[in-house]
Write a protein that binds this ligand. Sequence first.
Ligand code: AMP
Length: 280
Amino acid sequence: MQKHEKIGAMQEAVRALKADGKRIAYVPTMGALHAGHASLIRLAREKADTVVVSVFVNPLQFGPSEDFAKYPRTPSADAALCEKERVDLLFMPSAEEMFPRGFSTHLHEEAVSKPLCGIVRPALFRGVLTGWLKLFNIVRPDVLVMGEKDAQQVAVVRKAAADLLLPIEIMTGPVVREADGLAVSARNNYLTPTQREEALAVFAALRKAKEMVDAGVKSADRLVAEVTHLIAAKRRLRVIYISVVDRNTMEQLREITSGQCLLAISYWVDEVRLTDNMAL
Ligand code: AMP
């Protein structure tokens, strides 16, 4: 596996692969790699000759009071996981390398990025899109691989890619969960055992909502009320948002009308913010 920290070296490596006719599948990450990322790397491996992973904690996507400084950084373990998963090229640029002083151009999607996380984290998707577009221009992927755990991110990137005719195919992998059902996340490392125990109530509530839909419930209000009620029983949990949405537009739905519906939730476990979702 080749590992690069500088844009120039990475571009050189990509040029050599392209000259060799290689098809590139790309998994962008913020590191602290875990089973969710590994599942995407395996999916990428099925889709192309060459797998590129980036580990970049993008400062543009964190608000001033968010956890940029304390976001987990585990570069050696990340490199070891990539090596084990037979990644070909690992790109680990610094914030200064990606966004040097004077960087002043941003990409802003203005519909799909507005609700849900867009309300509570206004910097998030502008930061994601700007960082990813720059990474795409370095990595020049044929296939982009993303996780459905971040359903709104998938929808926003799909929309921006369609609007701007980005020449990439987009693939997604399902939410990977711990054995107990908690969606795997770098931020799970912040949880104490008690907090983690309470967070499990969210997965139980999402599963209950899915069961209700399978039993014929169509009203989004009823589902949201039930999930809210189940979560309210836990002292450490506070819902940031919970909504039934169309998976492509992220628009709120009143009725479960098709297989395109998602129940999306973001919540605090004390001071740790987590997100999850369930296809309905
Ligand atoms: P992150 O490092 O959190 O920016 O995530 C990088 C990629 O991994 C994104 O496409 C995420 O959606 C995906 N990802 C993160 N956690 C999971 C998970 N538990 N299951 C599937 N994909 C995930």
